[in-house]
Each structure stands twice: as structure tokens, then as C-alpha cells.
Design a protein around this ligand. Structure first.
Ligand code: FEO
Ligand code: CA
Ligand code: CA
Ligand code: CA
Length: 762
């Protein structure tokens, strides 16, 4: 479970479309207007008109069956092993703590490492991509004999495994960071903190390929191996007309010009640019800071923005910021070289922003571009793509001579979906162009946020200071927009101002290479945030989990997809439907809307990724709602297209405490997938989520990231023995051989191949 992503910091009063819809549903003539009057329902097949209050069971359109998927579904599992279909093999490519250079010791599995994590594979493997290398050492879109794998390392939520006896300070020995409450009075050991800092970031490792192009391992000591950590110096880039103002908001004691910042944090999903660079997305960066009790507060505007982003600042608890940070500012037993500890204290301890780190949280929350084939190229924060809890950044199908579009989710409850459209038109000659190409496409452009209408239409609203809704915005006490630069740094507030649609936690996006349609996983939402009264067309379910009682609201999540008008990257309108709803197979029909069975039931879709080789849409889960019956999983699906289902009315009922609320929500559902088009391919070890995916160019090897096995391991202290929930991959579960020492669990990249040498999933 990623840290801090279930916090709702969105207190904006943006209209829920349910308000409009409820009125419409009470009025049959208006209901007909909604169905036909917007000119959009006609694009969908066979709209239905159920009676309100007396709903009959609607008929969902069935898609023609597909024979594409060529494996037998794996069963649900709560075993501590990887399960894949018969005929497939699994091994580990690399795992938490593996050596990138032989300068450092073999990983101990006992927390015995020193401050050497900048030479090891990081922890919490997440988004990833493969980069083939041409004869000139540049990116190749086709298979070659050499490649690197870039991997995000999201979180330190399990860093207790990486110290000999858990985290030893804070007086709550062994508990996870969010449970510490008194770091403002106790110093943490410097070595623990440095390990925790440097296990974050991005790793780049050269992989070895055999003559057939099949990966055989990774190459220790390759000159291309690289770590980017929270301590790596990066450039601050953005639109030229606003760059000096943007950089003024990056000014800290480390760089009083704001032209550079340090590092990256909580890299979750990723992006791949058409020119062959890697986008590491900064998601739950807000959870890493502290304010000592009694410290001087920064300016009201900074505080207002911190509240909207949920920046952890203990001393501000009375003003509603949240969390307790990680105590990384506290060590006194090691030098504060380059402010490596003090930068995590965001109090206004100096005379100005140039004399302290009050603005340090404003240096995170961006898309970080990295050239994985040039170890000396400095990464860049691409501020034009906005600042929020960036989950992933996926590029639409590039068209020569047209702008590029990048689609991005902000993963917290009730946050938004965004689009960046480049000012520059795509030129395929830029493939292999590295950071210079990034400067061309990712600095200048327009930033939009999505509004989803219950008519099945949607619109992109540009976040521009010329919009009076932004300049007149007064939704956050102490905050007003005065220039465009502030929109890039305080993006969530600008999106509030224009009335963006609150979504059920946007996780990864993915683009169907066959038709350019864009998919987004909406992983789940809570009962407090998604009730029958606040459900809307794009987030239409509100219900209780009656079986196992693992949540309510929208506990199982769904996947929305949309088609840009004229398939254009610059479109200002789109139409949408819901590809699939997560559910347990034994949930009632008004919850299990996609008619899932025991072979394809799932909950909390998080990762999404299309194979360019097979066209399969892969769905990864990070779940806490179905885990009484199964660990997290990976499913293969065969997509149809937007509009292949139809208009549908969801019959909602939610009981919270002693009150029960009901409602009917109109939405649009894609055609029923069925077991022939949606099938469970892999189940993860205990406590793990399934995250990043990529493949070799021939589609015959799938790389799959397994993050945080053993996540539910209880805290242990000096007097308690460590009892781990999982010992994978040291136990070898589901693989032909164990990987690494048996004992503590480790995140890892899997290499999955088909025993007959064929393409994965077919
Ligand atoms: Fe890092 Fe939203 O998952
Ligand atoms: Ca359940
Ligand atoms: Ca069940
Ligand atoms: Ca995620």
C-alpha cells in the first residue's frame, strides 16, 4: 500500500454531477433530454430506460468472444508465492538491495548495510520500462542486443526491514513512520535516515540478453547502472516566460536561485516518452517533512497550499495539515553535509526562504525526466506538467506533425485527471534525442484538467491565469493566484477553481496502441467520500462490501476510459465509458456490474499497461478489500472500444453507521468482458501489490514488479521477535529457485516467460 494516498485533502465545493442527475431522474421529460439531447447518447449502443425507483435488472451488451487469451486463469490465492498459469516460468531479475556495483557488499537481508544505497537497487519496485540501445549508444524503438531497465522505487513504508531491529527511534520501536509521534523531541540515528532516504528514487540497470533476446539477468558494474535518489541534483525546467517565477518558488538554502533542486521522492507509476526518456512520477512526496513543535510558521500562502497537498508538518496540526513525517531532520550523530538532514524541517527557521527549507515541499510533486542511457545527463523536473500526487504520465499515440499529449492522474481521494499538450509538433527525428528533446516537448505547452459529465461527454479545461475562475478563486484561506507560474506549483488549487471532477483516486493511465483510447484505473474510494448522493456518472458506485466487510463507498474500484474528439491530442472534448468494475464474484448484481467470475474477480485496480506486441491490456491490483480471499494480482484483458456497451443506471445503497442512503446513478458501461476477454494471469505473494510492467520487444518476456511482500508484518520492538508475513522471494515461492537469503521479504522485478517460447498471454 503506497503511503498517504488515501488522504482526502480536497475540500473544494466542486459540483457533483449527481446533483444535476438527481433532478433529471425525477423528471421523465428531462431524463429523455439527458439521454438524447446532448447528442452523445447516440454514440452509445442500445441505451436503456429503466424506471426510477422500480429498477428492473438491465441487460448489458455482450461483446463477441475472443480467442486471443491463450492461458487458463489462475485461482485466487493467499499463499506466499507467485502463481502463474501452467506453461509459464518465473524468476527474479533483481530485488531490493541488490548490488549495482561490486564496491558494495552482497545484500544481507538483515539490515546490515551502511550508507551505500546509492549503489544498490532501491526498495518498493514500482513503474518501469525497458530501453534498447542502438549502435551509437542511443535509444532504439526496436530490439537490439543491449538494453537497460529503469525502475521506480516508491516508498520507505517497509524500511523497518532494512535496519537490524526495525526503526530504533521515536519511542515506538519498529512501527512504521506514520505511527511515530514524538520525533520532534528525539533524534533518529543518522545511518537509519540515510538508508531510508537513499532506498527511494529510480534505478537504472543494464540487463543481459541472450542471442534470442531473452533476459538472463542484470550486469553488476555496467557503466550504465545508475541510481537517482532524493539527494541527486536535478534541474528545474519549465515554460520560459514563467521560469524565473517558478524558480522563485524553488528557492531554498541549498540553491538560492531555485535553478536546481535535490532528487525525487515516492516515484510511483512512470512514463515513456516517444524520444526514449523515462518519466519518474512523484506521488506521495507530501508525507516526508516535519515541523518541530513551536517552530516559526511560514507565510500564510505556503501554509494554505501545504494544507491542500497534505504536507506533513506536525507543528501545524492545529491548522489541519496532516501526518508526522519521518523524522529525517532529527539526526545529530552525523554531519549535516549539504543540509541532508535539515532540509526535511520545513519550519521558517531563517530570515527568508533562501535561509531555510520552508519551500522544500514545493520542489517535489512533479514529473522528473531522466535519460536512462546517459548517466551524466542531469534529470529535470518538468514543471509545465503541474504539481500534484503524480501517479503516472502516459503519452498518446504520437502523430508526426501534431502536438504530443501526456495523460496524468493525481492519486488521492477525490483528486483529478490532467492532460499536458506540447507546444511543439512531434518529429520522429527526435527519437534518441535525450534531455534536449525533453526540453523541446515538455517545457512549453498547455495544462488541462478533466471534467466528466453524466451525459457521457467530457471536457478538458485549460489551467490558465486568463481564466477568471482561477484569478477569483478564494477556496483556500490565505491563497490567491497572481500569475501563471503559481498554477504550475499549486496545480490542485487551480483545478479546484475550474470545477474539475473529483475522481475515485486516479492511479495509472494507459493508452490502447490499437486505437489511441486512454484508460485510467480509479482504484477505490471510501464511504465518507463516495455516497449515493455524491456518486456521479464517472464514479457511479456507492455500496457496502457485505462479504468479509472490507470497506464501503467504492471499495473495489473501476477503470474508466475515454476517446478524444477526432482522436486528436489537442481535443478539448472526449466521450467516456467504464471499461470494467472491480468486484468479488459473489457480490450482488448491482455491485458486480461487469459480471466477474471466480476466474477474473479483482479489486482495486492500480497499474494499467498495454502490450504493444499483443494488444493485451494488463491490469495490476493494489488491494486491501478482497485480501481475505486473495492476494493482489495481474489480469489480462482484451479491450473493446468506448461505446461498445451502453447507458446504464446503477442502483446504489450504502449503510454507514445507523443510516442507509440510496440513489440511482446514470453511467455508461463498456461491453461485458467475460472470461474469454478478462482472465487472472498472476497472483502475488502475501502482502504484495503488483506494480510496473514492461516487455521485451518480441512480447516473449514480461517484466512484472512485485512491491512490498509482507506489508502486513506487525511492528517489532527490542523485546519482540520479528515475525514476517512473507519470506518471498527467499522462500522461492512459485519460482524454480529461491532468490536471496531466506528471512525478510523483498520487492523484486520478475521475468516471466512461456515455456514454449511464445508471446505472453497468447
Ligand atoms: Fe503509488 Fe497511487 O500508488
Ligand atoms: Ca469482501
Ligand atoms: Ca467473496
Ligand atoms: Ca500505484
Amino acid at each position: 500500500m503506497p503511503i498517504n494516498d488515501d488522504i482526502d485533502c480536497n475540500n473544494s465545493s466542486n459540483v457533483h454531477f449527481q446533483d444535476v442527475l438527481t433532478q433529471a431522474l425525477k423528471d421523465p421529460s428531462r431524463r429523455n433530454m439527458l439521454r438524447g439531447g446532448m447528442g452523445l447518447a447516440a454514440m452509445f449502443a442500445l441505451p436503456m430506460l429503466p424506471g426510477c425507483g422500480g429498477l428492473t435488472t438491465p441487460t448489458l451488451s455482450e461483446l463477441p468472444s475472443s480467442s486471443l487469451l491463450g492461458f487458463n486463469a489462475v485461482t485466487k490465492s493467499i499463499l506466499d508465492q507467485v502463481l502463474v498459469p501452467a506453461g509459464y516460468s518465473v524468476k527474479v531479475l533483481h530485488a531490493t538491495g541488490d548490488r549495482l556495483t561490486s564496491n558494495v557488499t552482497q545484500f544481507s537481508g538483515q539490515g546490515l548495510e551502511t550508507d551505500d544505497w546509492n549503489e544498490r537497487i532501491g526498495d518498493h519496485h514500482d513503474g518501469m520500462d525497458i530501453f534498447y540501445i542502438d549502435a551509437n549508444g542511443r535509444y532504439s524503438t526496436k530490439a537490439t542486443a543491449r538494453a537497460v531497465l529503469a525502475v521506480n522505487h516508491e516508498s520507505s513504508a517497509d524500511s523497518h526491514f532494512l535496519h537490524p531491529k526495525g526503526q530504533t527511534s521515536g519511542g515506538v520501536n519498529g512501527k512504521k513512520f506514520s505511527q511515530f509521534g514524538d520525533w520532534d523531541t528525539k533524534a533518529r540515528p543518522g545511518l537509519e535516515v540515510l538508508k531510508e532516504i537513499n532506498l527511494h528514487g529510480i534505478s537504472v540497470a543494464e540487463i543481459s540478453l541472450d542471442a534470442s533476446g531473452k533476459p538472463t539477468g542484470y550486469i553488476t558494474d555496467s557503466a550504465l547502472n545508475r541510481r537517482i535518489t532524493p539527494q541527486t541534483v536535478v534541474d528545474v525546467q519549465g515554460p520560459a516566460a514563467h521560469l524565473s517565477s517558478i524558480r522563485s518558488m524553488f528557492v531554498t538554502r541549498f540553491d538560492t536561485s531555485g535553478a536546481t533542486a535535490r532528487g525525487t521522492l515516492n516515484n510511483c507509476g512512470h512514463g515513456l516518452t516517444p524520444w526514449g526518456t523515462y518519466l519518474g512520477c512523484e506521488e506521495n512526496w507530501a508525507a516526508y517533512w516535519n515541523m518541530p513543535a513551536g517552530a516559526a510558521l511560514p507565510e500564510a500562502k505556503i501554509i494554505a497550499s501545504r494544507k491542500r497537498y497534505g504536507v506533513s508538518s506536525v507543528a501545524l496540526s492545529s491548522t489541519a495539515t496532516t501526518g508526522s513525517g519521518q523524522g529525517w531532520y532529527t539526526p545529530t550523530d552525523m554531519d549535516d553535509t549539504d543540509f541532508r538532514f535539515s532540509r526535511w524541517n520545513v519550519a521558517a527557521v531563517g530570515a527568508s526562504a533562501a535561509a531555510d527549507f520552508r519551500q522544500e515541499p514545493q520542489t517535489f510533486g512533479y514529473i522528473l525526466e531522466v535519460d536512462p542511457l546517459n548517466p551524466t545527463a542531469r534529470p529535470a523536473k518538468r514543471t509545465a506538467l503541474g504539481r500534484f500526487a503524480h501517479e503516472a504520465a502516459v503519452c498518446g499515440i504520437p502523430v508526426v506533425g501534431k502536438p504530443l499529449a501526456f495523460y496524468m492522474g493525481c492519486d488521492s481521494r477525490n483528486e483529478y485527471i490532467y492532460k499536458f499538450v506540447s507546444a511543439a509538433n512531434w518529429d520522429a527525428a527526435d527519437i534518441g534525442g535525450g534531455m534536449a528533446a525533453g526540453n523541446k516537448y515538455l517545457n512549453e505547452g498547455k495544462l488541462y484538467v478533466a471534467k466528466f459529465s453524466s451525459t457521457g461527454a467530457g471536457e478538458w479545461v485549460e489551467l490558465n491565469i486568463s481564466n477568471p475562475l482561477i484569478t477569483s478563486y478564494a477556496g483556500a484561506a490565505g491563497f490567491t493566484f497572481t500569475n501563471q507560474a503559481e498554477i504550475y506549483v499549486h496545480t490542485r488549487l487551480a483545478a479546484d477553481a475550474v470545477g474539475a471532477t473529483k475522481m475515485d483516486r486516479p492511479e495509472w493511465g494507459a493508452v490502447n496502441p490499437a486505437n489511441g483510447e486512454i484508460y485510467f484505473a480509479l482504484t477505490n474510494n471510501s464511504a465518507a467520500n463516495r455516497t449515493p448522493a455524491t456518486a456521479d456518472g464517472a464514479n457511479p458506485r456507492s455500496y457496502n462490501d457485505a462479504d468479509g466487510k472490507k470497506g464501503s463507498g467504492n471499495p473495489n474500484g473501476h477503470i474508466i476510459r475515454f476517446k478524444e474528439q477526432d482522436n486528436s491530442s489537442t481535443a478539448l472534448g472526449f466521450k467516456w465509458d467504464i471499461y470494467v468494475f472491480g468486484a468479488e464474484e459473489d457480490m450482488p448484481a448491482n455491485v458486480n456490474l461487469s459480471k466477474l467470475t471466480a476466474n477474473n474477480s479483482f479489486s482495486s485496480p492500480d497499474g494499467l499497461w498495454f502490450s504493444k506486441s499483443t494488444g493485451i491490456c494488463w491490469i495490476q491490483t493494489d488491494d486491501g478489500a478482497f485480501t481475505d480471499e486473495t492476494n493482489c494480482m495481474l489480469l489480462a484483458s482484451v479491450p473493446g472500444s468506448v461505446g461498445d456497451g451502453g447507458e446504464f443506471y446503477v442502483d446504489n445503497e450504502l449503510t454507514a453507521g445507523t443510516s442507509t442512503s440510496k440513489g440511482v446513478t446514470k453511467t455508461f458501461i463498456g461491453g461485458v468482458l467475460g472470461e474469454s476477454r478478462l482472465r487472472r494471469f498472476l497472483v502475488a505473494p502475501k502482502g504484495a501489490e503488483v506494480t510496473g510492467l514492461t516487455e521485451t520487444a518480441d512480447g516473449k518476456t514480461l517484466f512484472v514488479n512485485i512491491q512490498h511482500p509482507g506489508e502486513n508484518t506487525p511492528a517489532w520492538g527490542t523485546s519482540a521477535a520479528l515475525t514476517v508475513e512473507s519470506t518471498w522471494p527467499g522462500n522461492g515461492g512459485g519460482m524454480s529457485a529461491a532468490y536471496g537469503p531466506l528471512g525478510r521479504p523483498r520487492s523484486a522485478t520478475l521475468v516471466i516467460t512461456k515455456n514454449d517460447g511464445g508471446k505472453i498471454g497468447l
